[in-house]
Design a protein around this ligand. Structure first.
Ligand code: S3P
Length: 188
């Protein structure tokens, strides 16, 4: 198959997408998986399947740290699979150092970077996202600042998605994952 993403260089291990809520990890990940012929796994959905419980209900019933434990376990199990996957992580998966290390070790990690205005527009009132209860816009602005360095530390590559359609972001992710360029430590 010819594809617009250029070089046929292979993508090492799992292709893992990181970034804040609203960056498009799941929508773009699904498309990337279809182009590459890989299975797509959304980490939040995987946790919900394993726990037979929704993410908001896990937060409400067990608390955030219990959710983070389940997120870490599910991620570790996925990364151990030999079949190369496309994985869309949750926005907070980068919070734990062990997750960042494991993603980098077992995959090619692409950070979908977006500015706060883009994310605020996309998440709306934050429905279904427990961390965005209350003032979703203010929380997004805070998280953009708080987590920037964590996404930069996790990612091998960065794609700025603000001006991209889902199709363009898909090709940009594949191109980035196949390229030799690596992200500077501060993500700038
Ligand atoms: C979270 C992001 C969510 C989900 C949970 C916590 C976060 O995933 O994992 O609500 O801490 O940023 P999405 O980024 O897919 O919305």
């Amino acid at each position: 198959m010819s594809d617009a993403s250029g070089a046929g260089a292979s993508i090492a291990g799992h292709l893992v997408l990181v970034g804040l809520m609203g960056a498009g990890k799941s929508a773009v990940g699904r498309r990337v998986a279809a182009v590459l012929g890989r299975r797509f796994v959304d980490l939040d959905e995987e946790i919900e399947r394993r726990e037979s419980c929704s993410v908001p209900d896990i937060f409400a019933g067990l608390g955030e740290q219990a959710f983070r434990d389940r997120e870490q376990w599910a991620l570790a199990d996925l990364l151990e699979l030999r079949e190369p996957l496309v994985i869309a992580t949750g926005g907070g998966t980068v919070l734990r150092w062990s997750n960042r290390e494991a993603m980098r070790e077992h995959g090619t990690v692409v950070w979908l970077r977006a500015n706060a205005d883009t994310l605020i527009e996309r998440v709306g009132d934050g429905e279904g996202r427990p961390l965005l209860a209350g003032d979703a816009a203010a929380t997004i602005e805070r998280l953009v600042e708080e987590r920037r360095k964590l996404y930069a530390a996790a990612g091998h590559h960065v794609v700025d998605v603000d001006l991209l359609t889902p199709e363009e972001a898909t090709q940009a992710v594949i191109g980035a994952a196949r390229s030799d360029a690596v992200l500077e430590a501060d993500g700038e």
